[in-house]
Design a protein around this ligand. Structure first.
Ligand SMILES: *Cc1c(COP(=O)(O)O)cnc(C)c1O
Length: 397
């Protein structure tokens, strides 16, 4: 069957090869330790599950308003005021089927042919594709390891052209865990002053921060920046709800209205039951979060120390999220079974073959010098997995 032109934009996921190979090896009975997980390994809290069960039993199982029920929009408004110090009206909130869906709808209504969207690298794998599926052009700007994997004002300035429509910021970041302080955001905002560039703030890892880091986003910088920032968030990471599919955006009325319209012609409302559960997640007991974060912190400290102890690997300590993004390029040129390793893909394949450890190649995130490991897995597996990595690296010729 002949496919339409949009499919030309779709690329096979560069992360898929290693993931598929890891699965195949596991099926063969190989004992693979996976550091690929992009989701918390904690169960959704019971109070949230109970709210969903109650919604089913009470028959809350029909269509709802497309952009979410008022009660949920109000819960989002309360959350944004309580946690972020930001004020919004109902007409500035849209709820959708996961934050990825929110970002996709946003790109569809904001971008068009000729528009450039600045994406700092390392970036979340979906950003460039979501931009391209909206007919716009991703402009990748390298945020160097030496600069904490964060975009600098100078680099932002250099990347801006007359066609720049938006900047996507993700803090704390997937894949690096890097997070911008309010002062760093202010410095970036100064570069944006006098332009009409929109900031898309992907705050999905807001709650997962360490060492007293104070989360802020671009809307916190000033009233003017709030006007042109669209805040995207969801419950997947903060409340271990990846499978429930719940995301939301807060921003200008006209953008939110257009996003709701797109949704009305595609998915309609997010699942009614999930909306009720999300109200409980946003307004109910939040004590699950610090417990999860405390556990992640222990694992972060363990994995960072273990990786830095491997000659040839350097690993920065991330401020948030549940990933580390160690640099392995110092090992490129070394040989495994007589064959030199030359990039992050080959390094990941080497770890899979030699160490029985699955990681994601940094190339997938726009940085070929590094690999990504998720520490959303047990401490025992982190200890054993990093031992295996050390042994495998020591075996390189
Ligand atoms: C997980 C993730 C999302 C989206 O998650 P949803 O499950 O769609 O809500 C968005 N951005 C980043 C950077 C993520 O890692």
């Amino acid at each position: 069957m002949k496919l339409g032109p949009l499919t030309n934009v779709l690329r096979p996921s560069p992360t898929l090869a290693v993931t598929m190979k890891a699965k195949a090896l596991q099926k063969e009975g190989r004992d693979i330790i996976g550091f690929g997980a992009g989701e918390p390994d904690f169960d959704t809290p019971d109070n949230i599950k109970a709210a969903a069960i109650r919604a089913i039993q009470e028959g809350f199982t029909k269509y709802t308003p497309v952009g979410g029920i008022d009660e949920l929009k109000d819960a989002v408004i309360t959350k944004l005021r309580r946690d972020n110090g930001l004020e919004y009206k109902r007409s500035q909130i849209v709820v959708s089927t996961g934050a990825k869906h929110t970002l996709f709808n946003m790109a569809q209504v904001l971008f068009g042919q000729g528009d450039e969207v600045i994406i700092p690298a390392p970036y979340w794998v979906s950003y460039p594709d979501i931009v391209q599926l909206a007919d716009a052009t991703p402009v990748i700007v390298d945020a160097a390891e030496a600069e904490g994997f964060k975009l600098t004002p100078a680099k932002l300035k250099k990347a801006i052209t007359a066609r720049t429509k938006a900047l996507i910021l993700n803090s704390p970041s997937n894949p690096t865990g890097a997070a911008y302080t309010l002062d760093e955001l202010k410095a970036l905002a100064e570069v944006l002053a006098g332009t009409e560039i929109i900031v898309i703030s992907d705050d999905i890892y807001e709650k997962i921060v360490y060492d007293g880091f104070r989360f802020a986003n671009m809307a916190n910088v000033s009233g003017e920046m709030k006007e042109r920032t669209i805040v995207v968030n969801g419950l997947s990471k903060s409340h271990a709800m990846t499978g429930w599919r719940m995301g939301y955006a807060a921003g200008p009325d006209n953008v939110i209205a257009a996003m709701t319209e797109i949704q009305s012609q595609s998915t309609s409302n997010p699942t009614s039951i999930v909306q009720k559960a999300s109200i409980e997640a946003l307004l109910g007991d939040q004590s699950f979060i610090p417990k999860m974060v405390a556990e992640f912190k222990k694992r972060r400290d363990t994995i960072v120390a273990a990786l830095n102890a491997v000659p040839g690997i350097t690993c920065a300590t991330p401020a948030g999220a549940f990933y580390v993004f160690p640099r392995v390029a110092a090992l490129y040129g070394r040989k495994h079974r007589g064959k030199a390793i030359t990039n992050s893909n080959e390094f990941s394949e080497f770890l899979l073959e030699e160490a029985n450890v699955a990681v994601v190649a940094g190339g997938a995130f726009g940085n070929d010098e590094c690999i990504r490991l998720s520490y959303a897995t047990s401490m025992a597996l982190i200890v054993e997995g990093t031992k295996r990595i050390a042994r495998a690296v020591a075996s390189l010729e």
